[in-house]
Design a protein around this ligand. Structure first.
Ligand code: SF4
Length: 435
């Protein structure tokens, strides 16, 4: 059967989509990219915050038009399906089946019933089929979350934190590396907690030590670290591993103690500053990335100003910010003193303006430095290759490196680039040879 797949949401959800692709392909189904050709369309959704839900619903509505033609089945899975399965089943009859996250063990049987083609119950056991660039993969080391941040619906949707056994992860990473992956991005809702549920102790460092030995891998990057779980031994241990990038993605969410408490986050501003200081003392070239939520209930102008001061103080290399989204069934849902919409937008803009100036100054420090860059594409308009250095996580969140050269470069290869200029979040430079 010809099946079209749409993946929405975060990298954690993308891993599920790639497992689905593995399942379908190993069961001789054909994946098509033109939905006009599809006999079935499967949408893997996100249901984390309001904009993600709106995007998912709009995508379902858009895809339901194809059912008037060749497409016979429309199936929706993922976080939105998990969170609102009952309501959506009643309200969207154009969808043949909403499949919740806890039904994936049975996914083969469910798809066989709907699509009338034989699909085995081997979801997660087939080789994952990467949907993006073949030299980069995410390694999801756990699912669910045991933290109870008061604004977050993830634990309600994905359940308790469940680590994947270490030996399974090493096996998966080796397989990915054998298939051409050079950059591995370690993900989970909280990567620093890895192992606690399975082994009674945190095992992120041990996992990184093992991954560091996989010959074909060149870069290993850790994303989504919880600040109070980053201790000296993890920082020092990471500094000894040559493939592990000095990139620390630590979503702290706010920069004022009152709000951190209301958000039910562990730690405080001082403890966060201490961690960032320790990281910068240990690595000469660390990259610190964070995420901030603005407009959380009870946020005052003073709290926000303190957060700006905190950002100014730490000078995060990279920062993403979001407007608070009120989610039902979360602890924050019933909180009083909501922030008015115009203030939320104003604060988001002020925050991003500040970060833009910090990022620009930070980027300028790389002028005249030569960086190792992974070549990923070519932009005909500017006649430059585009790639990423250790400073840039995938998916465009940290900008890119533009590479100018008269030579022909291969996508997926590592090259040396001498940085000559800064353009917004991007670095521009000249090719200096292969690695
Ligand atoms: S750490 Fe907090 S924000 Fe992140 S997934 Fe868990 S509960 Fe949500």
């Amino acid at each position: 059967m010809k099946i079209g797949i749409i993946s929405l949401g975060c990298s954690k959800n993308l891993v599920d989509t790639e497992n689905l692709l593995g399942l379908l392909i190993s069961n001789d189904q054909e994946i098509v990219t033109d939905y006009n050709d599809a006999e079935a369309i499967i949408i893997n959704t996100c249901g984390f915050i309001e904009p993600a839900k709106v995007e998912a619903i709009n995508t379902i509505l858009e895809m339901s038009y194809y059912k008037k033609d060749k497409c016979k089945y429309l199936i929706v899975m993922g976080c939105l399906a998990q969170r609102y399965q009952k309501e959506l089943t009643e309200e969207m009859p154009e969808v043949d089946r909403f499949i919740g996250l806890y039904e994936y063990n049975n996914l083969g049987t469910i798809l066989t019933d709907i699509l009338k083609v034989k699909i085995s119950n081997t979801y997660g056991k087939n080789t994952r089929v990467l949907s993006g660039k073949p030299w980069m993969a995410y390694l999801r080391i756990a699912d669910g979350c045991d933290n109870r941040c008061s604004y977050c619906a993830i634990p309600l949707i994905r359940g308790k934190y469940v680590s994947t056994p270490l030996e399974d992860l090493i096996k998966e990473a080796k397989q990915l590396a054998k298939n051409g992956v050079k950059e591995l991005n370690i993900i989970a809702q909280d990567t620093t907690r890895y192992g606690l549920d399975l082994y009674n102790e945190r095992k992120l460092l041990e996992l990184l030590q093992e991954l560091n030995q996989i010959e074909e891998l060149h870069w290993i990057r850790v994303l989504y670290m919880y600040p109070d779980e980053i201790d000296d031994s993890l920082i020092e241990g990471m500094s000894k591993l040559d493939k592990v990038l000095p990139y620390f993605d630590i979503p702290v969410q706010y920069g004022n103690d009152k709000l951190l408490q209301l958000m039910n986050r562990r730690g405080n501003v001082n403890s966060i500053v201490n961690i960032t200081t320790k990281i910068r003392e240990t690595f000469i070239n660390s990259v610190l990335r964070t995420t901030i939520i603005v407009g959380f209930p009870n946020e005052t102008e003073n709290d926000f100003k303190e957060t700006l001061e905190f950002i100014e103080r730490v000078k995060w290399d990279k920062l993403g910010a979001f407007i608070y989204s009120k989610e039902e069934d979360t602890l924050a849902y019933d909180m009083d003193n909501e922030v008015e919409d115009y203030l939320k937008v104003d604060r988001l803009n002020r925050l991003m303006d500040l970060q833009e100036s910090i990022s620009k100054e930070k980027n300028k420090l790389y002028i005249n430095n030569t960086l190792e860059v992974l070549v990923e594409s070519y932009d005909a308009l500017t006649q430059s290759y585009r790639g990423r250095s250790f400073l840039n996580a995938p998916d465009g969140i940290d900008g890119e490196v533009w590479i100018y050269t008269s030579e022909s470069l291969k996508f997926g290869e590592f090259v040396q680039v001498k940085i000559t200029k800064v353009k917004n979040h991007d670095l521009l430079g000249e090719y200096r040879g292969r690695i």
